[in-house]
Write a protein that binds this ligand. Sequence first.
Ligand SMILES: Cc1cc2nc3c(=O)[nH]c(=O)nc-3n(C[C@H](O)[C@H](O)[C@H](O)COP(=O)(O)OP(=O)(O)OC[C@H]3O[C@@H](n4cnc5c(N)ncnc54)[C@H](O)[C@@H]3O)c2cc1C
Length: 460
Amino acid sequence: MTETQHFEVVVIGGGSGLTAAYFAGQDNRSVALITDRPEAIGGTCVNFGCIPTKTLVQSARAVDVIRSTASFGVHVDLRTLRIDFAGIMNNMRAARADNAAGARRWVESAMTPFFSPVRFVGDKLLETEDGRRITGDKLFIASGARAAIPPIDGLADTGYWTNEDVLELIEQPASLIVIGGGYIGVELGYFFAALGTEVTVINPDDKLLAEDDDVRELFTREFGKRARLVTGRAKRATRTDAGKRVEVADGAGHSHSIEAEQILVATGRQPNTQSLNLAATGVQVDERGAIQVDAHLRTDHADIYAYGDVIGQGMFKHTSSAEGELAYRNSQNDDHRADRAMSYRANPHAVFSDPEVAAVGLTEAECDKQGQDYRVSTLHYADIAKGKIVGAPAGFAKLLIENDSERILGCHIVGPDAALLIHEVVVAMNTTAADASLVRRAIHIHPSLSELVGTLFDQT
Ligand SMILES: Cc1cc2nc3c(=O)[nH]c(=O)nc-3n(C[C@H](O)[C@H](O)[C@H](O)COP(=O)(O)OP(=O)(O)OC[C@H]3O[C@@H](n4cnc5c(N)ncnc54)[C@H](O)[C@@H]3O)c2cc1C
């Protein structure tokens, strides 16, 4: 039997796993980094998620800008507009390969890499596919998640794309059915639609996204100008002579048939835990397969921490990175009572579609569910000077503040640069009192879109 290698810190996962590995390296710990995808170090964000998809969205935005110049008195001949789809995809893949290669070089120089799938074979004891055994003082599981594929009759035989497959395309599909109206579906759907693909989005609810209801309503209305929206559940997929067909059952029991060249499945993410044999080390998962952790990101095993998509909370890159640093720091405390809890209260997110969406804190429905006593205020882009200058786009910012205090409960923005604009609210919410007067007291540049946030706070 091979000898078991021992490290102070063992990390499973080459995505946000790198965060715990980085901080361990800063403390001069011996670090093992295990990943089953050495060609994709950096994980989902670098290779199949945030960065490549936002690179594609940037091309979509460029097309939108060109198409909108006439309203600013600048006329271009749109007949000369040519989309180099293969060029767009190749550029994205080249940048992605550079990023992954850079991350791999760093991993190989800064820690001990194990490029293999791994599973637990005992208490804190891991084994790679080729039989190498690894153990450690503190272990971190950041094995991420993959596209969840819903049980749709005939889907596997018909064939479909996930977020990973679309990034390998060379030819643009003429038409595309997107199953799922969450953020992945509407970001990729926006990219294809802006470039001229005929996009149909199937979503169980008549409003897209999981956001504040007012945001969902405006987003759905605006996105519906680009793509056909079908409300219902995809039940069956088949091949046709020209492409693929999906049958959708709506809430009233009616069935619709939709045809397109290809199908993209974007129906959520499934935590990667099945193959880890977590039972061998006493780590529990919930019914979705997500690892259960306490507020300090510790699993049921005192020396094993988990974070990122595999714990199924937040499921964004910035969240995973924040969790990774906290999990590492907590693991180095001798006195666990001094551990810091992960707070998701001021954890923002964005949807890079059109319109763009960003949010932090509670939605109005969540405030109601929690019995919060609060006031609401909304301000439209068209109501501020810069908003008018940029063409009065559809969109607004909405603020929820606790009554009898200045505590910010949540803020939601839908419209241009929403992901940038939300950040001053994030900073204010990150203080103990989440004090709205921090934003109110700030002087905002005139005329800038940041006045949308400043004026919203002034009026609330
Ligand atoms: C299309 C798309 C777009 C996205 N856009 C954004 C965005 O704009 N902004 C944002 O913040 N987030 C975005 N996300 C989410 C973000 O990518 C994830 O939240 C983040 O990458 C999760 O990091 P992670 O480390 O938990 O998982 P991953 O990055 O998936 O890392 C998991 C690692 O574990 C390894 N692994 C798994 N099982 C094993 C095993 N048994 N043995 C060894 N290794 C294993 C994998 O190979 C991988 O290296 C997007 C996601 C998708 C899919």
